[in-house]
Design a protein around this ligand. Structure first.
Ligand SMILES: [Zn+2]
Length: 171
């Protein structure tokens, strides 16, 4: 059955990332990393978040390529440690991590599924200009603070249901 959510055009770099995974000669490495969650939004994986860019194996061991959600994101260190731990648990102990800063991460890399999971967790992700309350979908929202529970989120309040929520900042 066709999935209508997949029809909108993907950013080119996101399409390339999905192709790397689909055509990887080591799908087990991607599967292992599907067990690694974003420490700040622990309902989505590093792959779903768009941080995991590539993973491959050569004579030097495993190479892990990650793009931070924003430069200096303090959660990146935790993500790297968690990814290393998951690979080590599966027997891959020689791991080289490369931080790829360009192209920069963008919320456009989040899949509709990732956005839905984030909203259920109470974190809104902007799509275009519209910011929606993750509780009631109202767009009557006001910013309370440029910094929410972490530096990469802003704190908003919904004027319809009065609930505060974190917004994952668009970059
Ligand atoms: Zn609301």
């Amino acid at each position: 059955m066709p999935n209508a959510d997949l029809i909108p055009l993907l950013p080119e770099e996101e399409l390339a990332r999905r192709t790397r995974r689909a055509e990887s000669p080591h799908p087990e490495l991607w599967s292992i990393l599907d067990g690694v969650m974003d420490p700040e939004i622990p309902v989505i994986t590093l792959y779903e978040l768009g941080v995991l860019q590539d993973v491959y194996l050569d004579d030097d061991g495993v190479h892990l390529v990650m793009t931070p959600t924003y430069i200096g994101c303090p959660a990146m260190g935790v993500m790297e440690e968690d990814a290393r731990a998951a690979l080590a648990a599966a027997g891959y102990t020689t791991v080289t991590v490369e931080m790829r800063l360009a192209p920069a991460w963008t919320t456009a890399w989040l899949t509709p599924e990732s956005r839905r999971k984030m909203a259920e967790y109470g974190v809104a992700a902007p799509s275009g200009e519209n910011i929606q309350c993750p509780q009631c979908r109202s767009e009557a929202v006001v910013i309370i603070s440029e910094f929410g529970s972490t530096a990469c989120k802003a704190l908003y309040r919904c004027q319809s249901c009065s609930e505060p929520f974190d917004l994952f900042k668009a970059i």
